[in-house]
Design a binder for this molecule. Sequence first.
Ligand SMILES: [Zn+2]
Length: 306
Amino acid sequence: MIIDLHCDTLSRVAESSFGLAQNPFHFDIARARAAGIKAQLFALFSHNQDNNMVLRAILRQIAAYHVQLQAAAAARSVETADDLAAALSQDQLACILHLEGADALGKDAALWPLFHRLGVRSLGLTWNYNNAFAGGVLDTEPTALSPVGRRLLLELERSRSILDLAHVAEKSYYQALERFSGPVMVSHANAYAVCRHPRNLNDRQILALAEREGIVGINLVPDFVCATQPDLDRVVDHIDHIASLAGIRYVALGSDFDGADTLLLGGVEDYRELEICLKTRGFSAQECAAVMHDNALAFLTRALSA
Ligand SMILES: [Zn+2]
């Protein structure tokens, strides 16, 4: 059993003639099920700079997601902890919608409840650059959490949505952690102490997240894994570091399938290779289970409980 906190397959298929059920990309429902994936967060994302165009692109992706899942017997859209349990017991892939970057909301935090009604259960405040709400990790001058950013956190709390701090610049990161009382995660990032990439989390950020019972999804983008020789063994170094620093219960998986051209696995069908690598490195069966699914399942069950 595997649970993964981040893939970009929705935006990838939106620009193609393929669907979620079967495609030639990193992830499709058929291969995910065969590989033992039980739950997957699907990011809604658009590169467009114009907020109106971003909004339309995101709405198209939400529409396509629901249409395709209604037609797929092997998967279902999960919006509550009961849905999640039902999907698992009926052997359906549990699919959870995530908005990667709040740019589609423009400056309107009040739009969030609408996204929630459309089935979106998780929000990343920023992608790599500043927006109206918070600072992005790759911006040259990352901004702080703004007043509308604080308002947006209130909307997330009210709707009991998940806050994702991946891609969020450090200042906004701590401000959001301090303000937000709901479930929080970093869906796809690694440890800065192991690979000094700005998308990774430093030790202080990891400990602050763990203090809030938040989990980190370990990422398979080569640049975030190692600057010189990225491979699965180096991925395990990140898992090992976070486990030693904060505890293994805070480590989960956030592949970034279809979020980069090349990852350290060829696709979702190869996910078992990571588990084999963990075992080779001396992780016990219980520790492997924690990373591969248990931690994410506990987090999602708690987060999606009304
Ligand atoms: Zn991302």
